[in-house]
Design a protein around this ligand. Structure first.
Ligand code: AVJ
Length: 326
């Protein structure tokens, strides 16, 4: 049986060949704040505190995607496993805390699991927990940024490569970026490969608005924590009470936009540089695109995939697409 040949060694923590994620932080922040419309990439939300705040968002009453995706994964686990096949190599992008990963690993029994995450802390904790739960599973943890080309270490395990990309993280990319990302992934899994992508669906703007403007202010804290991180890691002088969380649904572009709005006209120092803000000027910190089933199928098709299966939760708010190479 394949299981007896599985590696017995402890979970390895392999660092990807791409740049370590935090390397570009200073350059990206300075470049983003120098633009006529200021912006900072959302991947920088996830320092240790940001990762904890994101976990808290996932538990909020208003934030439906996490629960919906977990429910649909539980409900359709056997079908998902039939689609993906057993005993292959399971690669997960943005693995985070990994509740769904556990379900999937249990059902797919991959020979090798390759979690890729930008948060070193989250990755370490998740790899250690999985190690205890699945002692015979080979785990190749990759600390890296999946939004850029990434070298995934050669797995011991043979068999089909399946990329798991849950959480609607793909919504952080513009459709053009998502297309390029899917194409690259298509190249990575090969002609026999597959992909499982979690995608948040378009829906009533009030539901979307509430999900990104929760009553407890956790999403606001998550957004503002970016300024804290810049202060701490880049020696900046952002005063957090001078900025406000601002999130809204942009129906023309089919996306939630998150911004930090300057409450006053002000200057902020980062190291020896100064950046000016008008009152009401914003830093665009995140997009979260929403796709209808058909929209996403079209995108996948242009990227060289065929959407073979689509699973929805009972309320019809979230989709999991099973893509195969075409
Ligand atoms: C992790 C990108 C899927 O866009 O809903 C949650 C991040 N931002 N609340 C999302 C997020 C504000 C989340 N993703």
């Amino acid at each position: 049986m394949a299981g007896s040949q599985r590696s017995q060694r402890a979970a390895r923590l392999v660092f990807s060949g791409s740049r370590i994620p935090a390397d570009g932080f200073r350059e990206d922040v300075i470049a983003g704040l120098s633009l006529p419309r200021k912006s900072i990439p959302p991947k920088y939300f996830y320092d240790a505190k940001g990762s904890r705040l994101f976990e808290a968002i996932c538990a909020l009453r208003e934030y439906y995607p996490t629960r919906a995706e977990l429910a649909l994964t539980r409900a359709h686990l056997a079908g998902i496993a039939r689609f993906a096949g057993r005993g292959g190599v399971l690669i997960e992008y943005g693995s985070g805390a990994g509740v769904k990963s556990r379900l999937l690993i249990g059902a797919l029994a991959p020979s090798t699991y390759v979690p890729v995450d930008i948060s070193r802390e989250a990755l370490r904790a998740a790899a250690a927990a999985l190690r205890r739960r699945f002692p015979r599973l080979e785990i190749l943890a990759v600390h890296g940024d999946f939004s850029r080309p990434l070298r995934v270490p050669a797995a011991q395990g043979r068999g089909r490569r399946v990329v798991y990309f849950p959480g609607s993280t793909i919504g952080n990319l513009t459709p053009a970026e998502a297309l390029a990302f899917l194409r690259r992934t298509r190249g990575q899994v090969g002609a026999r490969g597959a992909m499982l992508v979690g995608v948040d669906l378009k829906k009533d703007a009030r539901v979307l608005h509430a999900a990104y403007n929760d009553a407890k202010g956790v999403t606001a804290a998550f957004n503002l924590n970016l300024l804290n991180r810049i202060n701490r890691e880049l020696g900046a002088g952002f005063r957090l009470h001078r900025f406000a969380h601002y999130a809204f649904y942009n129906p023309a572009l089919g996306r939630i936009e998150m911004h930090l709005v300057s409450r006053v006209r002000q200057q902020v120092r980062i190291g020896r540089r100064r950046f000016s803000f008008e009152a009401g000027e914003t830093i665009h910190t995140e997009n979260s695109y929403k796709y209808s089933v058909e929209d996403f199928q079209k995108l996948a098709r242009s990227a060289g995939f065929r959407s073979e299966k689509v699973w929805l939760d009972a309320k019809g708010v979230f989709a999991l697409h099973g893509l195969v190479a075409r």
